[in-house]
Design a protein around this ligand. Structure first.
Ligand code: MRU
Length: 352
């Protein structure tokens, strides 16, 4: 089953708010339903959001034709999809990628969105292999890995980014185990990543959010592998809040901190991590869990959904096209880079 797909005349998603207890799909037939699903994280993860944005344009175009919206209304509705969540560049990029085809009507928009969906599937497979090649060369396996949030099939169309790397390593019998942190407040690690790893038969243990850095310091982890929501031109990486602490611990311990993401997550228009808008989410996601208060009534909370890991802490970014090593001065925003293990440097040369 795919996380997100087009079903005849609407968008179908796996509802990620009820996993792991229930595996159910949601049928999204209106822009309102799509925007609500994105905001509630029923569909989430940067690549899946990109596809949601692209299919959303097709959905809006069909509705415009059926209900006789004028061009301004159509633009407004597409704008609501585009801005439903701000940090993952893929959402806006997915919308923008399909926009030029709108003049060709809903059918053209849908074909373009489905191309993007297919490209995501191919990208995940390719970057997973590239990440596995890198880690196999860097570390003597089998590897003890640590991941954060959910960068698996559920965050994409299928396969996954960070978990795509895990899958490729697992196929090579090179995974000793994966530590998965809870990822408060919405528990994407505890609910989703554990579910996926169980489905694919990878050894894993759930750890509390605060445990990771100390477990790394104690030598229990060989590499950290995570996804990304936006990678700035200089190599700074926005990802689920809590990523930065793992990157600091990995750098101090001298183990690789690897970011697995499609090229579409690299945003050349954002020069530095400081320029990335960090989504602030409702306070009650922190002060309660599943509707049950966990803090005294009236406790205020601060709930940034993402943090930014500086490029100097990132040993490698693996995409479907490139291996980029920001901690060695490589700059992802320079665009083209050679495929394979060669390092793209700021000077455009080979750092190895
Ligand atoms: O708030 P979320 O669940 O959408 O955040 C997701 C993440 O931070 C993922 O690590 C990131 O999008 C990469 S998914 C391949």
């Amino acid at each position: 089953m795919r996380t997100i797909e087009w079903a005849d005349d609407h968008i179908r998603i796996i509802d990620q708010t009820v996993l792991p207890h229930e595996l159910v799909t949601l049928e999204l037939r209106t822009v309102d339903e799509l925007v609500d699903a994105i905001r509630r994280l029923a569909v989430r993860g940067a690549p899946a959001l990109g596809v949601a944005g692209a299919l959303g344009v097709a959905l809006a175009a069909r509705t415009a034709q059926a209900e006789g919206w004028d061009a301004e209304r159509l633009r407004h509705e597409i704008g609501r999809i585009r801005s439903a969540r701000p940090t993952a560049v893929n959402l806006a990029a997915g919308v923008d990628g399909v926009l030029p085809t709108l003049a060709g009507g809903p059918g053209a928009a849908l074909r373009s969105a489905l191309d993007l969906l297919a490209a995501d599937v191919a990208a995940c497979r390719a970057l997973g292999e590239r990440g596995a090649d890198f880690l196999q060369a860097e570390v003597n396996g089998p590897l003890r890995l640590h991941t954060h949030c959910n960068a698996g099939a559920l965050a994409c169309v299928e396969w996954g980014t960070a978990l795509g790397v895990v899958r490729s390593l697992h196929a090579r019998r090179l995974v000793a185990g994966v530590l998965v942190d809870e990822t408060r407040p919405l528990l994407q690690g505890a609910r989703l990543t554990t579910w996926e790893l169980r489905e694919i038969g990878v050894e894993h243990q759930l750890v509390s959010d605060g445990a990771g850095p100390a477990l790394i310091q104690r030598g229990l982890v060989d590499a950290v592998v995570v996804g990304a929501d936006r990678i700035a031109a200089n190599g700074d990486v926005a990802n689920k809040v809590g990523t930065y602490a793992l990157a600091l611990a990995a750098a101090r311990a001298g183990i690789p901190f690897v970011v697995a993401a499609p090229e579409s997550t690299i945003d050349p228009a954002t020069a530095h991590g400081d320029d990335i808008e960090i989504e602030m989410r409702p306070e009650d996601e922190v002060t309660s869990w599943s509707g049950v208060p966990i803090a005294p009534e009236g406790t205020r909370a601060l709930n940034p959904a993402f943090d930014v890991t500086p490029a100097e802490l990132v040993r490698a970014i693996v995409t479907e096209r490139r291996l980029i090593q920001p901690s060695r001065g490589a700059v992802p925003g320079t665009g083209d880079g050679p495929p394979g293990p060669r390092t793209v440097t700021a000077a455009g040369g080979d750092a190895r």
